[in-house]
Design a protein around this ligand. Sequence first.
Ligand SMILES: Nc1ncnc2c1ncn2[C@@H]1O[C@H](COP(=O)(O)OP(=O)(O)OP(=O)(O)O)[C@@H](O)[C@H]1O
Length: 371
Amino acid sequence: MLSRLQLGDFRNYRQADLEFSPSLNVILGDNGSGKTSLLEAVYFIGSGGRSFRGGRLSRLVRDGADAATLYAEVLSDEQLHRLGVRRTPGGIDAIKLDGQTPKALSEVASLLPVLALHPTSVELVFGASALRRRFMDWGMFHVEHQFMPLWRHASAALKQRNALLRSGAINPRELGFWDQQLAESSDRIEGLRRAYLSALQDGLKRVMAVLSPELNVRIQLQTGLQKGETTQDALLRLRQDDIRRGFSQAGFHRSDIRIAIGDVVARDRVSRGQAKLIAYGLMLAQLPLISEAGKVCTLLVDDLAAELDEEHRNRLLGYLAGTGHQTLITALDEPSWAAVVNDNNALKTVESKMFHVEHGRLRPLSPTGSE
Ligand SMILES: Nc1ncnc2c1ncn2[C@@H]1O[C@H](COP(=O)(O)OP(=O)(O)OP(=O)(O)O)[C@@H](O)[C@H]1O
């Protein structure tokens, strides 16, 4: 979990220094004050340098500054780690973890599992399959030791096979070799994903019973293979077409999660508000699995009220209050947050810290709201 964060020239922050609560942290501020940017900074560290909002990453650097700097103290496995990152508009140009220089920020992503619950999370239901693959692979990266080496091996095999397909001079024995490498590693990844989704389905049932009991959400791995077919069979079946197209159409990189309400695919059935509850439910269902792996997640919750009616918002807040994971949540001002707490008994007993942000300047508030 995140203990401390210092920002320099990140978005509209010149300088900020915050010490977080291990449970609930409420970030208050008007529109455009810098709430989302703060969550974005945390996400940047935990996701290996990504942002959860669209747009160019070069914009993370404050206008007119040369580089953004982030320093984080992260508690993982009861050890405090110190991480420093510098990002210029061109990319990350320096990383230090406990005095050492890792090759990439993604190498330290396992220290800080972050999940961002924000308005565009609905894309998990409505968007492209790549988002759902990234979603399940994120969970497996954190809970399944075998996953990352397997994924690297499969990615290397896919790259080699695609390069060969495009080379114009295909040696059938070489192609057969990469078929086998890609097929074997894909089948093993799919096996792990299937087991992961099955565990997730159990958790999802419990979360949805709180968030939205009327939605009977079912998830299932879709491999794109025909009935009884192995990945090796599919690669052979699609070989000529793969050669024509110059890429591999079967393998771990083509899987998807089928999200259904009863028997109907969710994207054809649900409203945006319902899709948001399903997406949040899927993310929150990962938390018990993260806990079982001995890790604590940092949840970034932005613009919670958007598209949710009061009842569902309160159900969600009630659930968030009891996860046992660290949460950073945004709200407009103290009266609106006080009203939320007033409606939600579970929030009253959670140990929390509040911060106020105005034009990129942050200050902590005492629990009563006065400075
Ligand atoms: N590179 C940058 N340099 C300076 N300011 C920036 C940069 N990128 C974004 N901003 C500004 O930072 C401000 C904070 O944006 P942010 O999205 O964090 O606000 P917010 O508090 O989440 O607002 P809302 O409540 O409307 O969602 C905005 O005014 C935005 O224009």
